[in-house]
Design a protein around this ligand. Structure first.
Ligand SMILES: NC(=O)c1ccc[n+]([C@@H]2O[C@H](COP(=O)([O-])OP(=O)(O)OC[C@H]3O[C@@H](n4cnc5c(N)ncnc54)[C@H](O)[C@@H]3O)[C@@H](O)[C@H]2O)c1
Ligand SMILES: [Fe+2]
Length: 370
Protein backbone atom coordinates (compact mmCIF):
# COMPACT_ATOMS: atom_id res chain seq x y z
CA UNK A 1 0.00 0.00 0.00
CA UNK A 2 1.25 3.50 -0.72
CA UNK A 3 0.01 7.09 -0.70
CA UNK A 4 1.21 10.02 -2.73
CA UNK A 5 -0.05 13.56 -2.36
CA UNK A 6 1.32 16.84 -3.65
CA UNK A 7 -1.14 19.72 -4.04
CA UNK A 8 1.13 22.25 -5.83
CA UNK A 9 -0.14 23.65 -9.14
CA UNK A 10 2.93 23.59 -11.40
CA UNK A 11 3.51 25.73 -14.43
CA UNK A 12 6.72 25.00 -16.35
CA UNK A 13 8.44 26.63 -19.30
CA UNK A 14 10.45 29.58 -20.56
CA UNK A 15 8.43 32.78 -20.32
CA UNK A 16 6.26 31.41 -17.52
CA UNK A 17 7.30 34.36 -15.38
CA UNK A 18 4.73 36.46 -17.26
CA UNK A 19 2.00 34.50 -15.47
CA UNK A 20 2.97 35.74 -12.01
CA UNK A 21 0.69 38.79 -11.98
CA UNK A 22 -2.25 36.66 -13.14
CA UNK A 23 -1.62 34.13 -10.39
CA UNK A 24 -1.56 36.92 -7.80
CA UNK A 25 -5.04 37.72 -9.05
CA UNK A 26 -5.29 41.17 -7.47
CA UNK A 27 -4.42 39.90 -3.99
CA UNK A 28 -2.29 41.96 -1.58
CA UNK A 29 1.17 40.37 -1.69
CA UNK A 30 4.43 40.29 0.20
CA UNK A 31 7.47 39.99 -2.09
CA UNK A 32 10.40 37.96 -0.76
CA UNK A 33 13.61 38.06 -2.79
CA UNK A 34 17.38 38.72 -2.91
CA UNK A 35 19.07 42.10 -2.53
CA UNK A 36 20.33 42.34 -6.12
CA UNK A 37 19.55 44.15 -9.35
CA UNK A 38 18.24 41.04 -11.13
CA UNK A 39 15.69 40.41 -8.36
CA UNK A 40 14.71 44.09 -8.29
CA UNK A 41 14.12 44.07 -12.04
CA UNK A 42 11.90 40.99 -11.82
CA UNK A 43 10.03 42.54 -8.88
CA UNK A 44 9.44 45.70 -10.93
CA UNK A 45 8.05 43.64 -13.82
CA UNK A 46 5.49 42.06 -11.48
CA UNK A 47 4.61 45.41 -9.85
CA UNK A 48 4.01 47.01 -13.27
CA UNK A 49 1.15 44.57 -13.82
CA UNK A 50 0.01 43.54 -10.35
CA UNK A 51 0.60 46.79 -8.45
CA UNK A 52 3.11 47.34 -5.67
CA UNK A 53 3.56 44.70 -2.95
CA UNK A 54 2.42 45.61 0.56
CA UNK A 55 5.94 44.85 1.75
CA UNK A 56 9.24 43.78 0.20
CA UNK A 57 11.73 41.67 2.11
CA UNK A 58 14.78 41.70 -0.12
CA UNK A 59 17.60 41.05 2.30
CA UNK A 60 17.54 37.25 2.03
CA UNK A 61 21.04 35.80 2.30
CA UNK A 62 22.09 32.22 1.39
CA UNK A 63 21.21 29.63 4.08
CA UNK A 64 18.52 31.57 5.99
CA UNK A 65 19.61 32.00 9.58
CA UNK A 66 17.18 32.09 12.48
CA UNK A 67 18.54 35.40 13.84
CA UNK A 68 17.97 37.20 10.51
CA UNK A 69 14.59 35.51 10.02
CA UNK A 70 13.42 36.75 13.43
CA UNK A 71 14.22 40.34 12.46
CA UNK A 72 12.55 39.89 9.07
CA UNK A 73 9.46 38.29 10.65
CA UNK A 74 9.08 41.36 12.86
CA UNK A 75 8.70 43.45 9.70
CA UNK A 76 5.94 41.12 8.50
CA UNK A 77 4.22 41.21 11.91
CA UNK A 78 4.34 45.02 11.92
CA UNK A 79 1.91 45.20 8.97
CA UNK A 80 -1.53 46.35 10.10
CA UNK A 81 -3.21 43.75 7.87
CA UNK A 82 -1.31 40.60 6.88
CA UNK A 83 -0.82 40.11 3.12
CA UNK A 84 -3.14 37.68 1.29
CA UNK A 85 -0.31 35.83 -0.40
CA UNK A 86 3.51 35.65 -0.47
CA UNK A 87 5.47 35.81 -3.71
CA UNK A 88 8.85 34.07 -3.34
CA UNK A 89 11.20 35.02 -6.14
CA UNK A 90 14.58 33.29 -5.79
CA UNK A 91 16.27 30.03 -4.89
CA UNK A 92 15.81 27.75 -1.90
CA UNK A 93 16.90 30.39 0.59
CA UNK A 94 14.17 32.75 -0.62
CA UNK A 95 11.42 30.12 -0.86
CA UNK A 96 12.31 28.65 2.54
CA UNK A 97 12.31 32.14 4.11
CA UNK A 98 8.91 32.79 2.52
CA UNK A 99 7.62 29.60 4.17
CA UNK A 100 8.77 30.87 7.57
CA UNK A 101 7.01 34.20 6.98
CA UNK A 102 3.88 32.40 5.74
CA UNK A 103 3.63 30.53 9.03
CA UNK A 104 4.54 33.55 11.18
CA UNK A 105 2.09 35.94 9.49
CA UNK A 106 -0.93 34.13 10.89
CA UNK A 107 0.44 32.26 13.87
CA UNK A 108 3.09 34.60 15.25
CA UNK A 109 6.82 34.71 15.44
CA UNK A 110 7.02 33.06 18.85
CA UNK A 111 5.00 30.03 17.70
CA UNK A 112 7.25 29.56 14.68
CA UNK A 113 10.45 29.81 16.72
CA UNK A 114 9.05 27.38 19.29
CA UNK A 115 8.08 24.97 16.53
CA UNK A 116 11.54 25.16 15.01
CA UNK A 117 13.37 24.65 18.30
CA UNK A 118 11.10 22.16 20.08
CA UNK A 119 8.78 20.73 17.40
CA UNK A 120 5.39 21.09 19.13
CA UNK A 121 2.21 19.99 17.35
CA UNK A 122 1.95 21.58 13.92
CA UNK A 123 -1.83 21.29 13.62
CA UNK A 124 -2.63 24.84 14.70
CA UNK A 125 -0.55 26.48 11.95
CA UNK A 126 -2.45 27.99 9.08
CA UNK A 127 0.20 29.48 6.76
CA UNK A 128 -0.47 32.09 4.09
CA UNK A 129 -0.48 30.80 0.50
CA UNK A 130 2.81 31.06 -1.40
CA UNK A 131 3.54 31.51 -5.09
CA UNK A 132 7.05 30.12 -5.58
CA UNK A 133 9.16 31.21 -8.55
CA UNK A 134 12.55 29.46 -8.31
CA UNK A 135 15.64 31.03 -9.87
CA UNK A 136 17.82 27.99 -9.19
CA UNK A 137 17.44 24.34 -10.28
CA UNK A 138 17.67 23.34 -7.40
CA UNK A 139 16.24 22.68 -4.09
CA UNK A 140 12.75 21.65 -5.18
CA UNK A 141 11.43 23.85 -2.37
CA UNK A 142 8.73 25.08 -4.78
CA UNK A 143 7.02 21.67 -4.46
CA UNK A 144 7.83 20.64 -0.87
CA UNK A 145 6.11 21.43 2.43
CA UNK A 146 9.20 22.23 4.47
CA UNK A 147 11.89 24.83 4.92
CA UNK A 148 15.46 24.51 6.16
CA UNK A 149 16.38 27.07 8.81
CA UNK A 150 19.98 27.42 9.96
CA UNK A 151 21.02 28.51 13.46
CA UNK A 152 24.70 29.33 13.12
CA UNK A 153 24.86 30.68 16.69
CA UNK A 154 23.74 27.32 18.11
CA UNK A 155 25.47 25.25 15.39
CA UNK A 156 22.14 23.63 14.49
CA UNK A 157 19.81 23.13 11.54
CA UNK A 158 16.04 23.10 11.96
CA UNK A 159 13.20 22.16 9.69
CA UNK A 160 9.85 23.93 9.50
CA UNK A 161 7.56 21.24 8.21
CA UNK A 162 3.81 21.79 7.86
CA UNK A 163 1.32 20.41 5.33
CA UNK A 164 0.11 23.98 4.74
CA UNK A 165 3.52 25.01 3.41
CA UNK A 166 3.15 23.40 0.00
CA UNK A 167 3.14 26.43 -2.27
CA UNK A 168 -0.20 27.17 -3.91
CA UNK A 169 1.58 27.52 -7.26
CA UNK A 170 5.10 26.88 -8.55
CA UNK A 171 6.06 28.82 -11.66
CA UNK A 172 9.26 27.24 -12.98
CA UNK A 173 10.72 29.42 -15.71
CA UNK A 174 14.13 28.17 -16.90
CA UNK A 175 14.83 31.58 -18.47
CA UNK A 176 15.28 32.95 -14.93
CA UNK A 177 18.17 30.51 -14.42
CA UNK A 178 20.26 31.57 -17.41
CA UNK A 179 22.31 33.95 -15.27
CA UNK A 180 23.58 31.30 -12.87
CA UNK A 181 27.39 31.06 -12.95
CA UNK A 182 29.09 27.67 -13.31
CA UNK A 183 29.70 27.00 -9.59
CA UNK A 184 26.09 27.76 -8.67
CA UNK A 185 24.77 25.74 -11.61
CA UNK A 186 26.83 22.73 -10.50
CA UNK A 187 26.12 22.95 -6.77
CA UNK A 188 22.37 23.48 -7.18
CA UNK A 189 22.20 20.79 -9.88
CA UNK A 190 23.94 18.35 -7.54
CA UNK A 191 21.50 19.22 -4.76
CA UNK A 192 18.70 18.13 -7.10
CA UNK A 193 20.63 15.00 -8.06
CA UNK A 194 21.08 14.15 -4.38
CA UNK A 195 17.32 14.63 -3.78
CA UNK A 196 16.60 12.08 -6.52
CA UNK A 197 18.97 9.42 -5.12
CA UNK A 198 18.00 10.15 -1.51
CA UNK A 199 14.35 9.51 -2.36
CA UNK A 200 15.35 6.12 -3.86
CA UNK A 201 17.35 4.71 -0.91
CA UNK A 202 14.56 5.77 1.38
CA UNK A 203 12.11 3.83 3.56
CA UNK A 204 9.30 6.12 2.30
CA UNK A 205 9.87 5.54 -1.43
CA UNK A 206 6.74 4.76 -3.46
CA UNK A 207 6.25 3.71 -7.09
CA UNK A 208 5.42 7.36 -7.85
CA UNK A 209 8.48 8.84 -6.14
CA UNK A 210 10.65 6.21 -7.88
CA UNK A 211 9.37 7.17 -11.33
CA UNK A 212 10.21 10.83 -10.82
CA UNK A 213 13.53 10.09 -9.09
CA UNK A 214 14.81 7.76 -11.79
CA UNK A 215 13.81 10.19 -14.55
CA UNK A 216 15.47 13.08 -12.69
CA UNK A 217 18.72 11.26 -11.90
CA UNK A 218 19.16 9.90 -15.44
CA UNK A 219 18.57 13.33 -16.93
CA UNK A 220 20.93 15.14 -14.53
CA UNK A 221 23.73 12.62 -15.21
CA UNK A 222 23.59 13.64 -18.88
CA UNK A 223 22.55 17.26 -18.71
CA UNK A 224 24.56 18.73 -15.83
CA UNK A 225 28.06 18.05 -17.24
CA UNK A 226 26.92 19.35 -20.63
CA UNK A 227 25.36 22.46 -19.07
CA UNK A 228 28.46 23.12 -16.93
CA UNK A 229 30.43 23.73 -20.12
CA UNK A 230 27.59 25.41 -22.07
CA UNK A 231 25.93 27.72 -19.53
CA UNK A 232 24.11 29.82 -22.13
CA UNK A 233 22.30 26.87 -23.70
CA UNK A 234 18.54 27.43 -23.12
CA UNK A 235 17.62 23.83 -23.97
CA UNK A 236 20.04 22.41 -21.37
CA UNK A 237 18.84 24.97 -18.80
CA UNK A 238 15.27 23.90 -19.45
CA UNK A 239 16.09 20.19 -19.15
CA UNK A 240 18.01 20.80 -15.91
CA UNK A 241 15.12 22.87 -14.48
CA UNK A 242 12.63 20.13 -15.29
CA UNK A 243 14.88 17.42 -13.82
CA UNK A 244 15.30 19.43 -10.60
CA UNK A 245 11.53 19.86 -10.44
CA UNK A 246 11.05 16.10 -10.90
CA UNK A 247 13.59 15.42 -8.12
CA UNK A 248 11.59 17.83 -5.95
CA UNK A 249 8.35 15.98 -6.71
CA UNK A 250 10.09 12.68 -5.84
CA UNK A 251 11.48 13.74 -2.48
CA UNK A 252 8.39 15.80 -1.56
CA UNK A 253 6.88 12.40 -0.74
CA UNK A 254 9.88 10.80 0.97
CA UNK A 255 12.11 13.56 2.38
CA UNK A 256 15.87 13.17 2.10
CA UNK A 257 18.09 10.55 3.75
CA UNK A 258 21.64 9.89 4.87
CA UNK A 259 23.58 12.14 2.44
CA UNK A 260 21.60 15.14 3.66
CA UNK A 261 21.90 14.08 7.28
CA UNK A 262 25.70 13.92 6.87
CA UNK A 263 25.74 17.27 5.04
CA UNK A 264 24.26 19.57 7.71
CA UNK A 265 27.23 19.60 10.16
CA UNK A 266 29.59 19.82 7.17
CA UNK A 267 27.84 23.00 6.01
CA UNK A 268 27.61 24.39 9.53
CA UNK A 269 31.16 23.72 10.69
CA UNK A 270 33.16 23.53 7.45
CA UNK A 271 31.22 26.09 5.38
CA UNK A 272 30.70 23.68 2.46
CA UNK A 273 27.82 24.87 0.24
CA UNK A 274 24.68 22.70 0.56
CA UNK A 275 24.67 21.16 -2.93
CA UNK A 276 28.27 19.93 -2.60
CA UNK A 277 27.96 18.87 1.04
CA UNK A 278 24.97 16.64 0.21
CA UNK A 279 26.49 15.04 -2.88
CA UNK A 280 30.22 14.26 -2.43
CA UNK A 281 29.30 11.23 -0.29
CA UNK A 282 26.89 9.76 -2.87
CA UNK A 283 29.47 7.32 -4.34
CA UNK A 284 30.31 5.93 -0.89
CA UNK A 285 26.61 5.56 -0.09
CA UNK A 286 25.88 3.78 -3.39
CA UNK A 287 28.81 1.42 -2.73
CA UNK A 288 27.54 0.64 0.78
CA UNK A 289 24.24 -0.66 -0.66
CA UNK A 290 25.89 -3.55 -2.52
CA UNK A 291 23.66 -6.63 -2.49
CA UNK A 292 20.41 -4.98 -1.29
CA UNK A 293 18.29 -6.25 -4.22
CA UNK A 294 14.56 -5.58 -4.65
CA UNK A 295 12.87 -2.50 -6.12
CA UNK A 296 15.44 -0.12 -4.63
CA UNK A 297 18.31 -1.86 -6.40
CA UNK A 298 16.31 -1.97 -9.63
CA UNK A 299 15.57 1.74 -9.42
CA UNK A 300 19.20 2.62 -8.66
CA UNK A 301 20.33 0.52 -11.61
CA UNK A 302 17.74 2.22 -13.83
CA UNK A 303 18.99 5.62 -12.65
CA UNK A 304 22.74 5.04 -12.79
CA UNK A 305 23.12 2.25 -15.31
CA UNK A 306 24.83 0.12 -12.65
CA UNK A 307 23.57 -1.82 -9.63
CA UNK A 308 24.31 -0.53 -6.10
CA UNK A 309 27.91 -1.42 -5.22
CA UNK A 310 31.32 -0.61 -6.70
CA UNK A 311 30.03 -0.11 -10.26
CA UNK A 312 27.43 2.50 -9.18
CA UNK A 313 30.06 4.18 -7.00
CA UNK A 314 32.47 4.38 -9.95
CA UNK A 315 29.74 5.86 -12.17
CA UNK A 316 28.98 8.52 -9.56
CA UNK A 317 32.66 9.31 -9.02
CA UNK A 318 33.20 9.86 -12.74
CA UNK A 319 30.18 12.17 -12.84
CA UNK A 320 31.32 14.23 -9.83
CA UNK A 321 34.93 14.43 -11.04
CA UNK A 322 33.75 15.67 -14.44
CA UNK A 323 32.07 18.51 -12.54
CA UNK A 324 35.33 19.16 -10.63
CA UNK A 325 33.77 18.01 -7.36
CA UNK A 326 36.07 16.07 -5.04
CA UNK A 327 34.77 12.96 -3.28
CA UNK A 328 37.53 13.11 -0.62
CA UNK A 329 36.44 14.37 2.83
CA UNK A 330 39.99 15.69 3.34
CA UNK A 331 39.44 18.19 0.51
CA UNK A 332 36.63 19.72 2.61
CA UNK A 333 38.83 19.93 5.72
CA UNK A 334 37.38 16.80 7.34
CA UNK A 335 39.83 14.25 8.77
CA UNK A 336 39.02 10.51 8.52
CA UNK A 337 38.06 10.17 12.19
CA UNK A 338 35.87 13.30 12.02
CA UNK A 339 34.10 11.88 8.97
CA UNK A 340 33.46 8.55 10.70
CA UNK A 341 32.04 10.37 13.75
CA UNK A 342 29.78 12.56 11.60
CA UNK A 343 28.43 9.59 9.69
CA UNK A 344 27.79 7.62 12.88
CA UNK A 345 25.78 10.57 14.25
CA UNK A 346 24.02 11.14 10.92
CA UNK A 347 22.29 7.77 11.20
CA UNK A 348 20.54 9.00 14.36
CA UNK A 349 19.31 12.22 12.70
CA UNK A 350 15.72 12.43 11.43
CA UNK A 351 16.80 12.21 7.79
CA UNK A 352 19.35 9.50 8.56
CA UNK A 353 16.55 7.28 9.78
CA UNK A 354 14.95 7.41 6.33
CA UNK A 355 17.96 5.59 4.85
CA UNK A 356 17.54 1.91 4.06
CA UNK A 357 21.25 1.07 4.37
CA UNK A 358 23.46 -0.05 7.23
CA UNK A 359 25.74 2.09 9.39
CA UNK A 360 28.64 -0.39 9.41
CA UNK A 361 28.56 -0.82 5.63
CA UNK A 362 28.66 2.94 5.06
CA UNK A 363 31.45 3.46 7.60
CA UNK A 364 33.50 0.78 5.79
CA UNK A 365 32.69 2.25 2.38
CA UNK A 366 33.80 5.71 3.53
CA UNK A 367 37.20 4.38 4.59
CA UNK A 368 37.90 3.67 0.92
CA UNK A 369 37.35 7.40 0.23
CA UNK A 370 40.06 8.64 2.62
N1 LIG B 1 12.98 23.30 1.35
C1 LIG B 1 13.63 22.35 0.71
O1 LIG B 1 13.01 21.38 0.31
C2 LIG B 1 15.11 22.49 0.49
C3 LIG B 1 15.79 21.48 -0.21
C4 LIG B 1 17.16 21.64 -0.42
C5 LIG B 1 17.82 22.77 0.04
N2 LIG B 1 17.15 23.71 0.73
C6 LIG B 1 17.81 24.93 1.25
O2 LIG B 1 17.88 25.89 0.21
C7 LIG B 1 19.01 26.74 0.42
C8 LIG B 1 19.85 26.78 -0.83
O3 LIG B 1 19.10 27.30 -1.90
P1 LIG B 1 19.70 27.45 -3.37
O4 LIG B 1 20.71 26.39 -3.58
O5 LIG B 1 18.57 27.54 -4.30
O6 LIG B 1 20.51 28.81 -3.35
P2 LIG B 1 20.25 30.17 -2.55
O7 LIG B 1 18.83 30.57 -2.62
O8 LIG B 1 20.90 30.06 -1.22
O9 LIG B 1 21.09 31.18 -3.45
C9 LIG B 1 22.51 31.08 -3.51
C10 LIG B 1 23.07 32.28 -4.29
O10 LIG B 1 22.67 32.18 -5.65
C11 LIG B 1 22.28 33.43 -6.15
N3 LIG B 1 21.31 33.20 -7.23
C12 LIG B 1 20.08 32.61 -7.13
N4 LIG B 1 19.49 32.53 -8.35
C13 LIG B 1 20.36 33.08 -9.23
C14 LIG B 1 20.31 33.30 -10.65
N5 LIG B 1 19.27 32.91 -11.40
N6 LIG B 1 21.39 33.90 -11.23
C15 LIG B 1 22.47 34.26 -10.50
N7 LIG B 1 22.56 34.10 -9.16
C16 LIG B 1 21.52 33.51 -8.54
C17 LIG B 1 21.67 34.13 -4.94
O11 LIG B 1 21.70 35.53 -5.08
C18 LIG B 1 22.56 33.64 -3.81
O12 LIG B 1 23.67 34.49 -3.63
C19 LIG B 1 19.77 26.17 1.62
O13 LIG B 1 19.43 26.89 2.78
C20 LIG B 1 19.27 24.75 1.68
O14 LIG B 1 19.34 24.21 2.99
C21 LIG B 1 15.81 23.59 0.94
FE1 LIG C 1 19.11 19.41 -0.58
Amino acid sequence: MWTYWNPVRISFGPGGFDQVAGQLGGRRYLLVTYPDGFAAELGARVAAEAGAPVLVIDDIAPNPDLAALERQMQRVMALETPPDVILALGGGSVIDSAKVFAAAARDGLAAVVAHLRDRPDAARFDPLPIIAVPTTAGTGSEVTSWATVWDSAAGRKYSLSLPGLYPETAIVDPALMMSKPRDLTVSTGLDAFSHALESLWNHHATPVSRLYAVAAAREILTVLPALASDLGNPDLRSRMAQAALFAGIAFSGTRTAIAHSISYPITLSHGVIHGIACSFTLPAIARSLEGIGGPVAEAIEAALGAPPGPAAAARLERFLHRLDVSTLPGDYGIDPQGMQDMVRDAFDGERGQNFIGQRTALLESLKTMA
